[in-house]
Design a protein around this ligand. Sequence first.
Ligand SMILES: NC(=O)c1ccc[n+]([C@@H]2O[C@H](COP(=O)([O-])OP(=O)(O)OC[C@H]3O[C@@H](n4cnc5c(N)ncnc54)[C@H](O)[C@@H]3O)[C@@H](O)[C@H]2O)c1
Ligand SMILES: CCCCC[C@H](O)CC\C=C/C=C/C=C/[C@@H](O)[C@@H](O)CCCC(=O)O
Length: 260
Amino acid sequence: MKISGKVALITGGAGGLGKAFAAALLRAKAKAVCLVDISSRGKEVAEDLRLQYPPSQVDFYHCDVMNYDLFKGAFDFVQKRFGAIDIVCNNAGMAASDHNVSGSIRTLRLNLEAVYFGTKLGMDYMDKESGRGGVIINVASMAAFLPLMGSMCYNASKAGVVALTKSAGVPEQYEMTGVRVNALCPSFTETPLLDTSSGLREMIAQLPNHPIMSPEYVAEGFQQLVENEELCGAVMRVTPQKGIEIVPNRRKDRNSSSKL
Ligand SMILES: NC(=O)c1ccc[n+]([C@@H]2O[C@H](COP(=O)([O-])OP(=O)(O)OC[C@H]3O[C@@H](n4cnc5c(N)ncnc54)[C@H](O)[C@@H]3O)[C@@H](O)[C@H]2O)c1
Ligand SMILES: CCCCC[C@H](O)CC\C=C/C=C/C=C/[C@@H](O)[C@@H](O)CCCC(=O)O
């Protein structure tokens, strides 16, 4: 997909990675980006991006994406304001320790249930019948492959996002909707999320050869998932050790008649 002239909706857009994804799209001349976030900081982030990347339009839409009806309102807002939606990034996320049961359940709901909401809504609003096709990027984590100690629900939610994305990205689905769906799995990245778990930075510091990545580097992978029309149902890992890589998809090795 050529990003120039396109319209994007990014959940968690006020956060570290969300802002970097928005900036990457604006540098590539996206027509408009809407930051959908529960934090009122989104207003300042949108203003900052408007100043940095004129004449692109950057809006902030205050929303709790865990509420389907409110989340659908964000899609209606963008569709009405810009006439179309081309790119959806389900990025909003959180983490909680296993000791915090309510926080762990909220983590599952935000990181997985809300990503399902955003994937379903993205397919509905961008479907080639009603829309003009498009691409959905679901932000998972390397935690889907290498569990983070003491965060069962975070790990499970991210593994679920990978499975959900592979389900949504099967060729038959793409043929029907014209909407590609890909997963992005970064390793540790410099954002406020790392400060929500005590001792995490100290733990990372003890890992050999494990620098914390910049959001801008992860956004390079994000942009590849948006632009590369060959990628659908793809799972991209971004790590300081191996860089940006696509996880081989075993399904592609099977004949097309297989439903598995
Ligand atoms: N930072 C990392 O090391 C890292 C690594 C891998 C994956 N990730 C994932 O990247 C995504 C973005 O995280 P980040 O690192 O930028 O953290 P962040 O805390 O900077 O951003 C998260 C954003 O989500 C928003 N949010 C939280 N609950 C919401 C809700 N109910 N509705 C709408 N918005 C809500 C927050 O307000 C915040 O702006 C998350 O899914 C996270 O799991 C982060
Ligand atoms: C407060 C929660 C913050 C969570 C931030 C991330 O989502 C958690 C990431 C979890 C695990 C990361 C593992 C990263 C591993 C790679 O950097 C690399 O060591 C992997 C090398 C081996 C391999 O290729 O499998």
